[in-house]
Design a protein. Sequence first.
Length: 158
Amino acid sequence: MSRRKRNGHKQPRLVPTQQKRWVLVIDSKEAAVNLYSILLAFRQSEGSGLIDRESVKYITKWLKVISEQVPGVRDLADDSRGPLRERDLSPIDATLELDPKERRLMLTICKIIHGQLTTPNGRRNWIENQGRADYELAVKNFRTWVNSLEREGMSAGQ
């Protein structure tokens, strides 16, 4: 059904602007393990009261994408040896492409985790459970992800 102006001419159809996308870059296997572990905890706790249950579907999607791009990430995330677990800092090129809704959720999660990591309790707990080097990497990664998600995204198709 077309919309007509009073003079009988069609009104131009509004073309939605291209939707913005963000790419979250995961640059090492260890970064993937840390992000996967955090996302898994959010999914298992149905958002931990920090995000709504509806958002958990995005987390499930991201876990699948990460596990497809980083083989063995789930096993490493389940490894209970903590600071004794062998770390893999070899570079990888894994990414999550995020639409605006996903970007807001991922930004919220990254801010929550970065904020918790930088508290004295968060720092102490992470170091006790994962080790100092892993703590420093996690702080760096979550800060980098927050910064990248706060930037303007790119138009879809770029």
